[in-house]
Design a protein around this ligand. Structure first.
Ligand code: ZN
Length: 208
């Protein structure tokens, strides 16, 4: 579900094969963020935008975690801070535009919602399959795997919202699903930021 995924994934000492697979998953997540966010904009679906946030969060989480392997604690916590700030800004924007839409409810295009939601589900299932070989590995590896699986629940929620929009010919199912997902996301983005700030502080304290 939105923002469920490991905040502090660390991949020190993973095999070259696992690293390659992670990069592939990062590429899929980054691409799907772009696809789902622009489809959300075009179709007027807030649920698609909210679901897109999770792809961004996952791409940043795994991308940064892989990029800072072997880096200093300071670099790691700065990267975490940057991630927290960008996720929070995106989350505030999606949540805000969802609240705004409550007062100007339009009817999003259910067909686009349904098909992009399905595409997102396929992307997450592909990620699960790419990482499946490692699912019994250490806790970190397992959390990546579980996270992709849980994200599939969010994709199904988007498809249910599409069905609801189609059935009721209103935008409400879209807004309800989007509100829940964006709220969950905002909450976890906030937690990431709080933790990053805490890490910065304790790092600064150790330096003196
Ligand atoms: Zn996720």
């Amino acid at each position: 579900m939105a923002g469920c995924c490991g905040h502090n994934a660390q991949f020190d000492g993973v095999s070259a094969d696992y690293k390659r697979r992670l990069w592939l998953v990062i590429a899929i997540n980054a691409a799907m963020f772009g696809v789902e966010m622009s489809a959300g904009q075009m179709s007027g679906s807030q649920a698609l935008k909210a679901d897109a946030l999770d792809f961004l969060g996952d791409a940043l989480t795994y991308g940064i975690s892989l990029a800072v392997i072997g880096a200093t604690l300071r670099t790691r916590s700065l990267a975490a801070m940057g991630k927290g700030i960008s996720l929070l800004l995106m989350g505030v924007w999606v949540f805000g535009s969802t609240v705004y839409s409550v007062f100007y409810v339009g009817v999003p295009q259910a067909q686009i919602m349904g098909s992009i939601g399905f595409m997102a589900l396929a992307a997450n299932l592909a990620s699960v399959m790419i990482l499946a070989r490692y699912k019994d590995g250490d806790a970190n590896v397992r959390s990546v795997w579980l996270c992709s699986r849980n994200d599939a629940i969010g994709n199904v929620a988007v498809m249910i919202a599409a069905l609801g929009v189609w059935g009721t010919a209103t935008g409400w199912p879209d807004l309800i699903v989007a509100g829940i997902m964006a709220g969950l996301f905002l909450n976890s983005a906030f937690q990431i930021l709080v933790q990053a700030i805490r890490e910065q502080k304790s790092e600064a304290a150790h330096a003196h």
